[in-house]
Design a binder for this molecule. Structure first.
Ligand code: DGL
Length: 275
C-alpha cells in the first residue's frame, strides 16, 4: 500500500470518465474537510457499450486494486452504468467498505411528475439493467416510464467539457426520444441517469421542444455520502489527496486543464488497466 502520512483517509470518486466530476463538485461542498481521489477508468470508456459480464469483472478487479492502493474512507461510485451492474457485487466482495451508489433517479421523478410521463435518459447499458426495471416496478408503477438509451451523449459530454465544439443537431437527436405526448399529456421530467449528462444540461434546456425538469442526482448522492462519511476532528487533515488517476495513463492536455479546474492534479498509476 502507498505510504500516506496524513491520518484522515480520502473519499474515492469513481467513473468511467469525467462524468463523476458532476458528483465530486457537490461532494466537495458538503465535505470540504475531506480529500478526494478521482478515478476515471478511461481506458474502458464508454462503459455504456460493454457487455455486462466482462464489465462487471473489470470493475471488481479494478476495485480490488484501488481499495488496496488508496484505502479510502468511502467510495462514491459516480456512474450509473457501473453501479446498476456491479454495486451489489462490490458490496459483497468488499463488505468492510462503504459504497455510495448512483442509480437512475426514478423514485424522485415518480414523486414529482404531474403528467405521469417520465423519461430516463441513460447509457444503453443502464437502460438494459435488471436494476433499472426493479426501480420502475418498485417506485414508478403508476407512471409511464420511457427509457431512452443514448449511444453518443457520454462521448459528446466528454468533448464538450474539454472545450470542443459539439453540434446541436447531434445532441438533439439523442434527447428527442425523451419527449412524448400522449392523450393530451406531455413528458414533464427527464432523469439524467448518467453522470456525464449534467454537463450538457444547459444545451438540453435550450434544445428541448418544451420545458421539462431535468433531474440531476448529484446533490442527493453527495448528501448520502455526507451521511456515511464521518466528519473529521479538528486538526485532522487530508492534505495529500485531491488528485485524479486515469487508467489509460495518458490523459490529454485538455484533461489536465479540466482536472485543474476541479482542484485535482493528475497522478500516474494503474497502468495494468490500460490494455
Ligand atoms: N458516467 C457513466 C454513467 O453515469 C456512463 C458513461 C459511459 O458510458 O461510460 O452511467
Amino acid at each position: 500500500m502507498t505510504d500516506r502520512t496524513t491520518n484522515a483517509r480520502p473519499v474515492l470518486v469513481f467513473d468511467s470518465g469525467i462524468g463523476g466530476l458532476t458528483v465530486l463538485r457537490e461532494a466537495r461542498v458538503l465535505m470540504p474537510e475531506r480529500g478526494f481521489i478521482y478515478i476515471a477508468d478511461d481506458a474502458a470508456f464508454p462503459y455504456g457499450n460493454w457487455e455486462e459480464e466482462p464489465l462487471k469483472q473489470r470493475i471488481l478487479t479494478l476495485f480490488a486494486r484501488l481499495l488496496e492502493e488508496y484505502d479510502p474512507e468511502a467510495v462514491i461510485v459516480a456512474c450509473s452504468t457501473a453501479f446498476t451492474l456491479a454495486g451489489a457485487a462490490l458490496r459483497q466482495a468488499f463488505p468492510d467498505r462503504r459504497f455510495i451508489g448512483t442509480v437512475p433517479a426514478i423514485k424522485p421523478a415518480a414523486e414529482r411528475t404531474r403528467s405521469g410521463l417520465i423519461s430516463v435518459l441513460a447509457t444503453p447499458g443502464t437502460v438494459k439493467r435488471a436494476y433499472t426495471q426493479e426501480l420502475i416496478q418498485s417506485f414508478a408503477s403508476q407512471c409511464q416510464v420511457n427509457l431512452v438509451g443514448s449511444p453518443n451523449l457520454a462521448r459528446l459530454a466528454e468533448a464538450y467539457i474539454r472545450g470542443e465544439v459539439i453540434d446541436d443537431a447531434d445532441v438533439l437527436a439523442e434527447i428527442t426520444p425523451c419527449f412524448i405526448e400522449k392523450d393530451g399529456a406531455r413528458t414533464d421530467i427527464a432523469v439524467l441517469a448518467c453522470t456525464h449528462y449534467p454537463f450538457l444540461a444547459n444545451i438540453f434546456r435550450k434544445l428541448a421542444p418544451w420545458p421539462v425538469d431535468w433531474l440531476d442526482p448529484a446533490e442527493a448522492i453527495a448528501r448520502q455520502a455526507r451521511r456515511l462519511v464521518p466528519h473529521l476532528a479538528e486538526g485532522e487533515l487530508c492534505e495529500e489527496y485531491d488528485f485524479a488517476v486515469f487508467t489509460s495513463g495518458q490523459p490529454v492536455f485538455s484533461t489536465h486543464r479540466l482536472m485543474q479546474g476541479f482542484g485535482l492534479r493528475i497522478e500516474a498509476g494503474l497502468h495494468a488497466f490500460s490494455e
